[in-house]
Design a binder for this molecule. Structure first.
Ligand code: ADP
Ligand code: ASP
Ligand code: MG
Length: 467
């Protein structure tokens, strides 16, 4: 399909009837001149609500489940009422009720088992996106634009890593062509659910929190789209999180590599894995504000124009912990301990955000997200159980009072002095630096600091690098 545009709308862009109407106006404008595929998130806070409901079900808390179901239903029924002509409501309300009944059925199973199987959680939480896809496509239809909700479970093929699945691109390309091609040929806009997919044998999966960005880029790559536009609630990718640094500036342009590093190191504006499928094909991505569509936004490209040198942005992550491991006696090889620990973490799919080791004591430490800490420790303790029982390796130590700060910029490569300036700026604020890591690409300098100094460190580094 020539000149295809994929547009992704985040939770705030479909968070109310007014926001859905505004997003539909953006779809309508583009769909008038070119083929469009829209990818939608659940309405803001709905995924949290659905997850919370599964936890109440697991705990056997029926009143908690019912309370959440009532607010889930009210949010969508009220939005439909505000958004759509009265004549359409009985049919749309029925569609909403059917999806909520599906959700109720899945959490009913969890209540009975007193357990939340990961694949059932994935099937359950994707219902947020399925509900918003119905509202968006009905709104477009009511404006005279032909649109159809599409459950990405029938399009996006993934592996079986429930809650954090990865796409299988070849299979997705085939399915996307089969499922979406005929819809586009008819001039209908597919409104595809973000966040979810299914294994080749049909088991439902999700791509991790914030995964709708990733869904959109997987689809853009699979359909050979000309562009991907990601609509959010900020004017583009900024030199820092505007909630931490009020004078953060919008970047006109940023490279795939820089944006990927920023997202990986915590910039919530993009899901960390968004750019991988798109960068290799060089498909341009725009990050834009659906609340202010006239603003140009940020363009993510392969190479920057002249003058975009030095550090580009600073980002941070607060919900992380530093785990240290150390052999108890010098006869034990630190490399061996490290290899066993890394292998154990790989098997449970833990992501290491930074890693640092010291030579003489053969100790090493690494940073993981707090929500992956329990499985990290369980995996390491089970892999090194014998060594620990016999006193060859010390128990892992966990430091919760830490945060990660990362400075990103292709222009820092090859220039000495950036690291020094960053450390000086942090020290000047009397914030303790605990560990330092620089990726071999020299694109990112990561610094682990005391948690209570993190925000201050971000502001100090932002000012120092004149971002
Ligand atoms: P959506 O629901 O549209 O996917 P998100 O809430 O996931 O939107 O991401 C947008 C938010 O990301 C912004 O509101 C902003 O607070 C946050 N953010 C963090 N770092 C940055 C950054 N460097 N540039 C822009 N926004 C950022
Ligand atoms: N709704 C999902 C979440 O809140 C996915 C997304 O919004 O990108 O994580
Ligand atoms: Mg997001």
């Amino acid at each position: 399909m020539q000149n295809l545009l994929v547009m992704k709308f985040g939770g705030t862009s479909v968070g109310t009837a007014a926001r859905i109407a505004a997003s539909c106006a953006l779809i309508r404008k583009e769909a008038a001149v070119r083929p469009v595929v829209a990818v939608v998130s659940a309405m803001s806070k709905i995924t949290d609500l659905l997850l919370d409901t599964t936890r109440h079900a697991e705990a056997g808390d029926r009143p908690g489940v019912d309370r959440n179901l009532a607010s889930l239903e009210a949010r969508h029924i009220d939005t439909a009422k505000e958004l759509l002509p009265e004549s359409e409501l009985p049919r749309v309300n029925e569609a909403i009720a059917a999806l909520i009944a599906d959700f109720r059925r899945i959490v009913g199973g969890m209540e009975m088992l007193a357990y939340r199987p990961p694949r059932a959680v994935d099937e359950a939480i994707a219902i947020g996106e399925r509900l918003s896809a119905v509202l968006v496509s009905e709104c477009l239809n009511s404006q005279g634009v032909a649109a159809e909700p599409v459950n990405a479970a029938s399009v996006l093929v993934t592996d079986a890593v429930f809650n954090n699945a990865s796409p299988i691109m070849d299979a997705t390309r085939v399915k996307a062509g089969e499922r979406l091609g005929p819809v586009l040929e008819k001039g209908v806009v597919p409104i595809v659910t973000g966040f979810n997919g299914a294994t080749a044998d049909g088991r439902p999966t999700t791509l991790g929190r914030g995964g709708s960005d990733f869904s959109a880029s997987i689809l853009a790559a699979s359909l050979d789209a000309t562009e991907l536009w990601i609509w959010s609630d900020v004017d583009g990718i900024m030199t820092a999180d505007p909630r931490l640094v009020p004078n953060a500036k919008i970047l006109d342009e940023i490279t795939y590599a820089e944006a990927a590093e920023l997202a990986y190191a915590g910039a919530k504006v993009l899901h960390p894995r968004t750019l991988a499928p798109i960068a290799e094909r060089g498909i341009p991505v725009w990050s834009k504000n659906s609340f202010a569509p006239e603003k140009p936004g940020t363009c993510i490209v392969s190479k920057l124009g002249e003058g975009n040198m030095g550090a580009r942005a600073v980002t941070s992550m607060a919900n992380v912990s530093l785990v240290s491991l150390e052999p108890a006696n010098p006869a034990v090889s630190g490399v061996h301990v490290m290899a066993r620990a890394l292998d154990a973490m790989d098997r449970v799919n833990v992501e290491i955000l930074a890693l640092s080791s010291s030579s003489y004591r053969q100790s090493f430490c690494f940073l993981v997200r707090n929500d992956e800490l329990t499985k990290t420790l369980e995996a390491i303790e089970s892999a090194l159980a014998l060594e620990m029982a016999h006193g060859y390796v010390l128990e892992p130590e966990v430091d919760h009072n830490v945060g990660l700060l990362a400075v990103v910029g292709e222009g820092m490569r090859g220039f000495s002095g950036f690291a020094g300036r960053i450390f000086t700026a942090i020290s000047r604020e009397n914030i303790n630096i605990i560990a330092i890591a620089q990726g071999s690409s020299e694109l990112t300098i990561s610094v682990v600091v005391r948690r209570d100094g993190l925000e201050k460190a971000v502001r100090a580094v932002h000012a120092e690098c004149s971002l």
